[in-house]
Design a protein around this ligand. Structure first.
Ligand code: S3P
Length: 451
């Protein structure tokens, strides 16, 4: 599925206090994994709360091309009839992953555990993103690749007849790379181990256990973790409840804390500590953000987020080691920092350069156009907040990046003049219904289509 070639602009203007309760769509990372593990289990997996965004639908379509039967009913449940580990079939067409890096990198790992070939392509954003980080470990396991220059899509992967297990130390903090290796390891005889120095999201480990796979997690001498599986494994079909996405919740929550008098409640949100760095940072900035009704469901921590716009935010230093737990939230944190009083320094942001866009650059360009003073470094961003909402009045280039699009629409809720974004269509990749949800809470976002 690819985006329309036509730009679809959208404008956000200052609104009063936001108030109300809502549920954000299902977590994207958990949704991709639920479909993939369902396809590898033998029998029927039932998924509730699946994110029906374009990225996840692209994962479902790719798995159908490899023989899994996947459908949804009027009851809102998704049913995946899996074929068993190592039993997927070679796709007879090119797999179009649209905008989705997670689908592509995880499926590259999954295919590297099968004795067949598959070719991936994507939209203009995905076809620019680096794939070397997953190719290197998968090549060590026996996979072969033919990629466009710069190790970019379109790319063909050929899984080996006899995959070999590896012990691989992650050179970048990336859950996608960790997951790709573990997915290849599922059908690889012997012990596959991934060593990570900094903790990254652990949904693959949690969900593998939920599907009955033994996952060993041992601390390493330097404070990291060694995650191992002994292949080949069998996955037992099961029921998965996908909680709301904390990365999507971030947009209405930041909108609430920068808008005086707001009170927004979002129930059933994933609160895995490896995903909640933004919320900790907002609390350090003085925001009134709380977690309530916290519990464990389907192996993941879940709860309600309540945010109030009662206090002026203050600038803070965000430590680099926190970056993996809020890697997708820096664009919206930058909007909060632009409204805060004082300087916010964010470091350890190199990975932002290789997301759906060069996010560091797109944040800096957009905020400068809105009248915000800042300094951008190679992997850092310093924002000088004045304690006043920025002037706004700009049209923001979103570069096929959903999170850049939603972040600037959030800033428009408080800026002196409206903020327009040049293309709202990428919002559908991760947060269908975003504009309706925001407007139901009291935002004033105008568009001629539904996103
Ligand atoms: C994801 C991991 C992160 C994140 C992406 C989803 C995942 O990417 O940015 O949106 O589901 O594993 P990296 O692993 O490349 O940091």
């Amino acid at each position: 599925m690819s985006h329309s070639q036509f730009t679809r602009s959208c404008k956000s203007r200052a609104c009063g206090a936001l108030s109300g309760s809502a549920r954000v769509p299902g977590d994207k990372s958990v949704s991709h994994r639920a479909l993939m593990f369902g396809a590898l289990a033998q029998g029927e997996t039932l998924i509730s709360g699946l994110l029906e965004g374009e990225d996840v639908l692209n994962t479902a379509e790719a798995l159908r091309h490899m023989g899994a039967r996947i459908g949804n009913g009027s009851d809102g449940l998704w049913r995946v009839r899996g074929v068993g580990v190592g039993k997927l079939a070679e796709p007879s067409c090119v797999l179009d992953m649209g905008n989705s890096g997670t689908s592509t990198r995880l499926l590259m790992g999954l295919i590297a555990g099968h004795d067949f070939a598959a070719t991936f392509t994507g939209d203009a954003s995905l076809n620019k993103r680096p794939m070397r980080r997953v190719m290197t470990p998968l090549e060590q396991m026996g996979a072969k690749f033919l990629a466009r220059s710069g190790d970019r899509l379109p790319l063909t992967v050929r899984g080996p007849e006899n995959p070999v297990p590896v012990t691989y130390s992650l050179p970048v903090a990336s859950a996608q790379v960790k997951s790709a290796i573990l997915l290849a390891g599922l059908n690889t005889p012997g012990r596959t181990t991934v060593i990570e120095k900094e903790p990254t999201r652990d949904h693959t480990e949690n969900m593998l256990r939920h599907f009955g796979v033994e996952v060993s997690i041992e601390p390493t001498a330097d404070g990291g973790e060694a995650i191992s599986i002994d292949g080949p494994v069998t996955l037992k079909p099961c029921a998965v409840d996908v909680p709301g996405d904390p990365s999507s919740a971030a947009f209405p929550i930041v909108a609430a804390v920068i808008t005086e008098g707001s009170e927004v409640t979002l129930s059933n949100v994933l609160l895995n500590p490896r995903r909640t760095g933004l919320y900790q940072t907002l609390q350090e900035m003085g925001a009134d953000v709380r977690f309530e009704h916290v519990r464990i469901e389907s192996g993941e921590k879940v709860g309600t987020i309540v945010a109030r716009g009662t206090r002026m935010l203050k600038g803070v230093d965000v430590p680099p080691e926190r970056a993996p737990s809020m890697i997708d939230e820096f664009p919206v944190l930058a909007m909060a920092a632009a409204c805060a009083q004082g300087v916010t320094r964010m470091t350890g942001l190199a990975e932002l350069r290789v997301k759906e866009s060069d996010r560091l650059l797109m944040i800096a360009k957009g905020l400068e156009a809105c009248g915000v003073k800042l300094e951008m470094g190679e992997d850092s961003l310093t924002i000088h907040g004045t304690g006043q909402p920025p002037k706004g009045g700009a049209t923001i280039e979103t570069a096929l990046d959903h999170r850049i699009a939603m972040s600037f629409l959030v800033l428009g809720c408080v800026s002196a003049a409206p903020i327009e974004i040049d293309d709202a269509s990428p919002i559908r990749t991760s947060f269908p219904g975003f504009i309706d949800l925001m407007n139901d809470l009291g935002a004033q976002i105008e568009t001629d289509a539904s996103y």
